[in-house]
Design a binder for this molecule. Structure first.
Ligand SMILES: Cc1ncc(COP(=O)(O)O)c(C=O)c1O
Length: 399
């Protein structure tokens, strides 16, 4: 274990010196995938059956990560901040970046939330795809920024030209690559175009939560080129560490200074830090899990094709299925079969997102879907909705 203390001293200090604006912003609720998935689920059915509604990885952490995390439990009475330094150092080596261009966090939700709070305002809108990952919209709405949703292009990539045209005064462009919920990819040349043509003072954030499942080209080269861009990564997806909580944000140090005003560096869970470092050192993890996911997904798509069901071809661990009726009916009927799918994006009310689980889980999914779609079973339970959990189903959107 090194004790290089690579987390810069400025960020160590910043959590002690919040401005008044930051103190207000930091009190905002952070909405993320688990909250959104939970809000759409029947409360009594939360831990039963096939859970393919939150884009989790059923494989969990790799063997080395499990061993590393278990070995840290006896040290749980200590903060062990050098483990964070070790992770930053490992990420720097893996991605070819300087350590000062990297911050790690307990999941990628906090830096997303803080970045949106830092770069949006009533004068600087938040621009995102529709359908797209919703988390940042909640933060933007909370700071009274306009939320501008721009439909995906015909090939389900982000329509970066339409996003630019929609908001000449934008403060923040959120790009999820590959996209949640569609699992579709936006080209690197489109990202370059967006960064080159965005309004002055704005930021582009590329959320690469699912990139390792896909052939998408990372935007980290634009970080290395010192552009106005932030790249977000998480250990919750291919690394299977959603419950352990670890994420990272990459960007120029001066961009971090602005973000950290809204939520500075804090001590990280030591089991997550050491497990993430061990995961990065496992050279087989990404290719092997990418292959497993692609194989299971390919089999599901072949089955959907042979049964005449329509879906959007995805490169990730989730995809959109068009059930050609209000998707809520199908989600509820599937829950009655102990298969939990979801959720729905208001722009496509007949579609629902499906997470790719294990091969046996997807066989259960297929059997249940067939029964539901042929009318052999109907809804026996009513799943939740965002209002019930206090999450607004629709955010204030002014295009
Ligand atoms: C696109 C996207 N970004 C970020 C996250 C946040 O994940 P976490 O906070 O677990 O790192 C998720 C979770 O599903 C996601 O789908």
């Amino acid at each position: 274990m090194s004790s290089d203390h690579l987390v810069p001293s400025r960020s160590r200090r910043s959590f002690l010196t919040l401005s008044a604006a930051a103190s207000a912003a930091i009190a905002l609720r952070m909405v993320g995938e688990p909250m959104l998935a939970r809000a759409a689920r029947h409360p009594k059915l939360q831990q039963q059956g096939v859970m393919i509604d939150a884009n989790e990885n059923p494989l969990g952490p790799c063997a080395a990560a499990r061993e590393a995390a278990a070995s840290m439990v006896p040290q749980g009475g200590r903060y062990c901040d050098w483990l964070t330094d070790d992770l930053v150092k490992q990420l720097a080596q893996t991605e070819g970046l300087k350590p000062e261009y990297i911050r790690v966090s307990d999941g990628s939700t906090p830096p997303l939330h803080h970045a949106v709070a830092a770069y949006t305002s009533p004068q600087r809108p938040y621009v995102t795809a529709d359908p797209g990952y919703e988390a940042g919209m909640f933060t933007a709405a909370a700071v009274n920024a306009r939320v501008i949703k721009v439909p995906l292009a015909k090939d389900y990539a982000h329509d970066v030209r339409a996003m630019l045209a929609a908001a000449p005064d934008a403060g923040f462009f959120y790009i999820c690559n590959p996209n949640n919920p569609t699992g579709t990819v936006t080209s690197h040349s489109d990202l370059e175009y967006l960064v080159a043509n965005k309004p002055k003072g704005s930021i582009v954030l590329v959320d690469e939560a699912y990139i390792h499942f896909s052939d998408a080209v990372s935007a980290l080269d634009l970080v290395k080129a010192d552009k106005d861009i932030l790249v977000l990564r998480t250990f919750s997806k291919i690394y299977g560490m959603a419950g352990l909580r670890c994420g990272a944000i990459f960007g120029r140090p001066d961009l971090f200074e602005k973000i950290e005003t809204y939520g500075g560096w804090n001590f990280m869970p030591i089991t997550a830090m050491i497990a993430a470092t061990a995961s990065l050192k496992d050279a087989q993890l990404i290719p092997e899990r990418k292959r497993i996911n692609a194989e299971v997904r390919g089999r599901v798509f072949a089955w959907l094709d042979s049964n005449g069901y329509r879906y959007i071809p995805s490169q990730t661990n989730h995809f959109m299925l068009d059930v050609k009726r209000p998707a809520k009916e199908v989600i509820d009927a599937m829950a009655g079969q102990n298969v939990h799918i979801g959720r729905i994006w208001p722009v496509w009310p007949t579609c629902t997102r499906i997470t790719v689980g294990t091969a046996p889980e997807m066989e259960q999914f297929q059997a249940a879907l067939k029964k539901v779609m042929t009318g052999a079973v109907t809804a026996r339970v009513s799943t939740g909705d965002r209002e019930r959990k206090g999450l607004r189903a629709e955010l204030p959107v002014r295009a």
